[in-house]
Design a protein around this ligand. Structure first.
Ligand SMILES: [Zn+2]
Length: 493
């Protein structure tokens, strides 16, 4: 019956077109035809996910204040003997309520010297020429990963100081993130990094497992110059692979620099975004596959969580799986297992891509709330794989002795037994969030939740308390007993 009517209308329309006599009649019929066949999208079921998001009227996101505001001006040089020189000038503003008596920095390269990493066969060498405060050379102390400048004159709230550093280093072999692998050089946390300030400086003891450094969004000017034989890829979305460049990078947590010898580069374009995959293992086939896979992952995350606002994203297929803003490394797990299978490399790439949202664009302290970026990233990639592999939206328990692993997920790294760390920070939050959404609207609702989270907290810092406040509001949780099974809801002092 319906078909008969459609055919009749089409015939009438065609007649109208052929006659060219009654335009208004034609437009009216075309409209009817379009509605019936779904051409206008009015009757399409494929509504954009963003449009269905809850408004949460009256709910105000509250970001955690970082207490510091910094802009970095860094000159990086690498010579033919693989020696690096860093000339860094950092403008730091006191955004806290207290006067500062000292300013500490994370100086992580120092963790890889013979003194702090005696087991390394080829440790880093570090030589600090000069540290200055407002252009006057000052004394400092350097212990493990902390470089501290005592202040003769306190820095009051809203005052700024300039601290500059001149130092040289070589990269260790078998370091962690800050390392060289053959003729490739990976510079992670290679400059003095300004910590956050709460009631006091928010710094913890360095650990070789997990991320024990926490920084806030800062602006960078990076000028680099390395021997011409190398290709450089960085956090910047304008780095163009050249061996010399001057980059301005705003609002990022940190800047990573990879200096690579003859990488195989696969490129893809997703709208405005260029994705580059740098293969160091001479496996061009895998590089191309990873590039195609990254396109799928970006398509999904941009469509469901929110736009990725940069023009370029780099994936380096070497070293341990690690996220940095705008660039990631993915190949092995904590440098132990060697190269992993192609499917595992892709899963690792998906994880590091999801981190661009949950770490890169929403900040959290990875020492005190590691589960927030790792667990939510894992939850997001479970959603992606549900789509990508057409899997069921179910969350199975990943460990057998689940009943014995009863700690809450929102503990600091020092409160979680090392052997169970990945369960508590990655798997358990994924499973518990998953179960919550299986009972509350399923996959679509979970995607809307992540989109709303991104929309409300973009470029803010979140802690467990704030995340739970948002989660309870979004899912309308009145009874907290379910949350208490996996989260500690009272603040510990
Ligand atoms: Zn991660």
């Amino acid at each position: 019956m319906k078909i008969g009517i459609d055919k009749l209308k089409i015939n009438t329309m065609l007649t109208a077109i052929l006659r060219g006599s009654n335009l208004r009649y034609f437009i009216f019929l075309f409209f009817i035809f379009a509605v019936v066949t779904g051409l206008t999208g009015c009757v399409s079921s494929d509504v954009k996910p963003y449009e269905e998001v809850k408004t949460l009227e009256g709910f105000k996101p509250v970001g955690i204040p970082p207490g510091t505001e910094s802009s970095y001006d860094i000159n990086l040089k690498m010579d033919d003997k693989e020696q690096f020189t860093v000339d860094a000038s950092i403008e730091i503003k006191n955004k806290s309520k207290n006067a500062w008596k000292e300013i500490p920095f994370y100086f992580i390269p120092n963790m890889f010297t013979a003194q702090n990493s005696p087991l390394l066969e080829k440790p880093a060498e570090i030589e600090i020429d000069k540290v200055s405060l407002n252009n006057n050379e000052v004394t400092y102390s350097l212990k493990k990963d902390k470089l501290t400048i005592p202040l003769d004159q306190e820095v009051n709230p809203n005052d700024s100081v300039n601290v500059s550093f001149l130092y040289h280093f070589t990269l260790p072999e078998e370091g962690l993130r800050f390392t060289r692998e053959g003729e490739n050089f990976y510079l992670a946390q290679w400059y003095p990094m300004v910590p956050t300030y709460r009631e006091g400086w928010n710094m913890e003891e360095y650990r070789f497992k997990g991320e024990t450094y926490h920084t806030t969004y800062s602006d960078f000017r990076i000028k680099y110059n390395v021997p011409a034989k190398y290709t450089v890829a960085t956090t910047s979305d304008k780095d163009e692979t050249s061996s010399k460049n001057e980059l301005k990078i705003d609002q990022v947590k940190e800047v990573f620099v990879a200096i690579l010898k003859n990488p195989y580069i696969a490129e893809r374009q997703v709208g405005d975004l260029k994705i580059r995959v740098f293969g160091m293992q001479d496996k061009s086939q895998l590089n191309e596959e990873v590039a195609d896979f990254a396109v799928e992952a970006f398509d999904y995350f941009q469509d469901r969580i929110g736009p990725y606002p940069y023009k370029e994203f780099d994936i380096v297929l070497d070293g341990m799986g690690m996220e940095y803003p705008g660039i990631v490394t993915a190949w092995s797990i904590y440098n132990t297992g060697g190269p992993v299978r192609p499917d595992s490399v892709k899963r690792m790439v998906a994880h590091e891509i999801a981190h661009q949202w949950f770490y890169g664009m929403i900040n959290n302290d990875p020492y005190h709330d590691a589960w927030l970026d790792e667990g939510i990233t894992e939850f997001a990639i479970k959603l992606f794989y549900t789509d990508f592999k057409d899997q069921d939206f179910t969350f199975e328990q990943t460990v057998k002795d689940h009943e014995q692993l009863t700690l809450p997920v929102n503990l600091s790294l020092d409160q979680i037994p090392v052997k169970d760390r990945s369960y508590y920070t990655y798997q358990k939050p994924r499973e518990m969030l998953g179960k919550l959404f299986v009972e509350n609207g399923g996959k679509k609702e979970a995607e809307h939740f992540l989109h709303k989270y991104y929309q409300l907290y973009k470029y803010k810092e979140v802690n467990s308390e704030e995340f739970v406040r948002f989660l309870k509001e979004y899912v309308s949780i009145k009874d907290e007993s379910g949350l208490r099974e996996w989260l500690q809801l009272e603040k510990e002092d």
